[in-house]
Write a protein that binds this ligand. Structure first.
Ligand code: ZN
Length: 152
């Protein structure tokens, strides 16, 4: 495993659309492990492959000690609404509230290429939405009603 450099706002890679993974192979598993290690090194809740400069549809999310490794994730069901502050490892010093569904169901492939599905609400639902947005070049600052800036 290795730490990878987290790309920051202004880096064009964050604005590109990531490609689907066609085969979950060792390279993808290494990417998953690096994303997890990098996310944990900065106490993050989630990290998407484009944030380390890799335009593949892979994200990791970790909430309440549960790690979610998601390849080609697709949000298949949502309900309700929440409006809570978000931040992003690629946008240091910024936070702002974003409208998200209160409940999200997500389908993906796991690290072995098996189909998995997870349901989340609260922070987990926000993280699923925030990270899948990254795969389409969308940052939370695009959706936040107001951005608060602070010193980092
Ligand atoms: Zn982010």
């Amino acid at each position: 495993m290795a730490l990878r450099e987290i790309r920051k706002e202004g880096d064009p890679v964050l604005r590109k659309k990531s490609r689907e993974v066609t085969e979950v192979n060792d390279r993808i598993r290494e990417l998953i492990d690096d994303l997890t290690e990098t996310m944990r090194s900065v106490a993050g809740v989630g990290l998407a492959a484009p944030q380390v400069g890799v335009l593949r549809r892979v994200v990791v999310v970790e909430v309440e000690d549960q790690l979610y490794e998601l390849v080609n994730p697709v949000i298949v069901e949502t309900s309700g609404e929440q409006f809570e502050d978000e931040a992003c490892l690629s946008c240091p010093g910024k936070q702002g509230a974003v409208h998200r569904p209160a409940y999200v169901k997500i389908e993906a492939l796991d690290r072995n290429g098996n189909k998995v599905s997870y349901e989340g609400d609260g922070l987990l639902a926000r993280a699923f939405c925030h990270e899948t947005d990254h795969l389409d070049g969308i940052l939370f600052i695009d959706k936040a009603e107001e951005i608060e800036e602070f010193e980092v």
